[in-house]
Design a protein around this ligand. Sequence first.
Ligand code: NAP
Length: 248
Amino acid sequence: MGLLQGKVCLVTGASRGIGAATVKRFAEEGGIVYANARSPKNLDDVCTLMSEKYHTIVKAVYFDVRDEAGARKAVAQIRKETGRIDVLVNNAGVMKDALIGMISKNLMQEIYETNVFGVMNMIQLASKVMMFQKSGSIINLSSIVGIEGNPGQLVYSATKGAVAAMTKTAAKELASQGIRVNAIAPGMIDTDMVRSIGEEKMIEHLRNIRMGRLGTPEEVADAIVFLASDLSRYITGVILGVNGGATV
Ligand code: NAP
């Protein structure tokens, strides 16, 4: 029996990086996984392959987390097909840097719409289903920079700080309904997002990581599996750092 055997899980932003690794780990643990991407057909083949390999159901659901109607439709579809949602992973996120003085209103809006409003919207939609069943686990992707800050990331760090704050509020508000809400705050994880900062900055950041290397998407996915599963059944409102010792 896997750690997520039979649990219905929705992972946003699953086309690559941490989201893709999470879908794979969830399927390995026996979860019934809905993998979200915004480009239609993008995940069809990989979902079919994973369903066969792990003897479970892995299915793509296509919507942009900024599109409230699209997200609502997807949640309704999952509820219709399975009757429940046990796990929601709010992973979809965008990172764009700009120094203070160079930040446009458009940039603020773009990042907030995905990283903050998208997450709030998904929490509302999924928790309604979870309240009905009186159980559920929501895992949000915050970031080390949402707690520690980082030059050039005024907007991005603020959105990730907002994710940490909303995780704690949602945990307090939803605990009585049997719903746990936790966040992961990754450090530097080897994905497209981190590679986009360039080699020079990457080397500078590596100096602050005690373990001396970037993390892998799979290492974050393992922490997400823990928070999704009943192994963490008495844990809520926690912001779990997965950062190779970057904050010690
Ligand atoms: P990534 O490789 O850039 O992947 C981001 C994923 O989010 C992609 O699948 C992307 O889809 C999806 N996405 C973006 N906007 C979306 C939208 N509006 N609707 C639906 N999907 C959307 O990023 P990552 O490194 O795996 O990061 C995953 C999460 O961890 C993010 O929330 C990020 O902020 C957080 N995080 C990452 C790190 C790190 O070091 N990598 C550190 C701290 C926190 P497309 O393929 O369509 O673009």
